[in-house]
Design a protein around this ligand. Structure first.
Ligand code: 5CA
Length: 437
């Protein structure tokens, strides 16, 4: 992509409305713009990041045997009356009337709708277990939307739902999601720690929040330091095998949010291992048994012919929140430092001297070669002065930068810079290409 043709409205000044670094950087780097309180437009660069995050989430859900579908954002109130949550949800729910005066709502979550879909199509325990998910916008009329996309009113969520005959089956589904979540966040360069958590309006008695540690997090959390160093991506996962030992390895260590904190158990840890910190919740998984299936009569015939209500769980990931959370975890004084896996482009190519014909030619050629090699590149071919280009490229945080300047053009070299750490090397264009390919 040539920057001269792209739409990347970056800001030089810090926007006054942003209180935390990720919000500031998302506005400054031209990723998002606020449409109204807690509601954001995703500009081209931000949208690429959002799609990257979504794709990692999708790949790990698919690997765990979860099937993607898409439910609507607008739902009928009648379904929510069946579960009893229409009244319970209170002011957080955006309620709408259609032209026939029917009560509708903008979905804050989808337990009711998926339960209705399932009960209308599945009759026998033989069709179980099933895991379904979608990635769809939600609306919650939060009292205090803040921190940009971290606590929005409209936000993108991946929500999965599991259907099993009994509690043991539901536990297997829960474990699959537990492991899939560990992998998902690790692939994004995050250290997310599963912590015992409150279930809130979703309900149920088994629940973990996946929390990344960050000073600006909204939750107070407590955990065993050793969890931070657990390796996640090192071992291959067989989702058909018993995942309980792997889950226990994590769940047996102390990790809890404020609501579930047990000071006595925490104090039993050696002092050097006690972490008390702030955390950002990037995912939340729940087992809630028959909370929805019983009142909504989502039943299947069991092995002996009797009708039994489904055992269910739901599993959420804050896809849009993750864009902010990743920046909280990965930035420096100059801007964002995107982990490779979610970066909007892999490389930023800079023509350091816009008015130098030889530089322009060399940079154009390298741009073509990078693209031919399938490397995603944002090429700053604008007339800006070099200093402004460098600052801008650091701000948007692409993992690699290639600088093409007059001295290098004479010597037959370019400068390759790693955004994280700032390491630089002078090398031939061929060597730079080989390194990036
Ligand atoms: N139905 C369940 C699981 S599918 C559910 O709604 N869970 S949740 O309420 O915990 O939300 C799931 C995830 O969405 C959270 O872990 C969080 O990462 C994200 N999320 C929740 N509220 C917001 C919000 N206001 N803004 C941005 N992300 C949010």
């Amino acid at each position: 992509m040539r920057l001269s043709r792209y739409f990347l409205p970056t800001l030089k000044e810090n926007p006054s409305e942003a209180q935390i670094v990720s919000h500031r950087l998302m506005l400054r780097a031209g990723l998002i713009r606020q449409a109204s309180a807690g509601i954001y437009s995703w500009l081209p660069l931000g949208f690429r990041v959002l799609k990257r995050i979504e794709q990692i989430v999708r790949e790990e859900q698919d690997a765990a045997g979860c099937h993607e579908l898409l439910m609507p954002t607008i739902q009928s109130a009648d379904l929510w009356r069946e579960s009893g949550r229409y009244e319970d949800y209170g002011k957080e729910m955006l309620r709408i009337k259609d032209r026939h005066e029917r009560d509708m709502l903008y979905g804050p979550t989808n337990e009711e709708l998926i339960t209705a879909i399932f009960r209308d199509s599945v009759r026998s325990y033989r069709e179980l277990p099933k895991l379904l998910y979608h990635i769809q916008w939600k609306f919650r009329d939060e009292v205090r939307p803040r921190f940009g996309v971290m606590r929005g009113r409209e936000f993108l969520m991946k929500d999965s739902y599991s259907f099993d005959l009994d509690q043991a089956g539901a536990r297997r589904a829960y474990n699959k999601m537990f492991v899939a979540y560990l992998r998902t966040f690790a692939r994004m360069g995050l250290k997310a720690i599963p912590m015992q958590a409150d279930t809130g309006p979703i309900g149920g008695d088994l629940s973990h929040e996946f929390i990344i540690l960050a000073e600006t997090g909204e939750s107070q959390v407590y955990c065993d330091r050793e969890l931070v160093d657990f390796d996640v991506l090192g071992e291959a996962v067989d989702y058909e095998a018993d995942l309980q030992p792997m889950v226990d390895r994590w769940a047996s260590r102390y990790a809890a949010t404020d609501e579930k904190h047990d000071p006595v158990r925490f104090a039993a840890l050696p002092e050097a291992r006690r972490i008390e910190a702030r955390g950002i919740e990037v995912g939340h998984i729940f087992y809630f048994g028959t909370k929805y299936s019983a009142p909504m009569r989502a039943e299947v015939s069991g092995p002996t012919g009797e009708m039994v209500p489904l055992h269910m769980g739901s599993y959420g990931i804050g896809v849009s929140r993750l864009a902010g959370a990743i920046i909280e975890a990965s930035h420096d004084g100059n801007g964002i430092v995107w982990p490779d896996a979610v970066a909007p482009f892999k490389v930023g190519l800079i023509n350091v001297k816009a008015d130098d014909a030889a530089c322009g030619k060399a940079a154009d050629e390298l741009y073509d070669r990078l693209r031919a090699a399938g490397i995603e590149v944002l090429y700053d071919d604008t007339e800006e002065r070099a200093g402004a280009k460098f600052a801008n490229m650091d701000l948007i945080g692409l993992p690699w930068q290639i600088l093409v300047g007059p001295r290098g053009v004479k010597a037959g070299t370019v400068e390759l810079k790693r955004r994280a750490g700032g390491e630089r090397a002078e090398l031939s264009a061929e060597a730079a290409l080989a390194k990036l390919a």
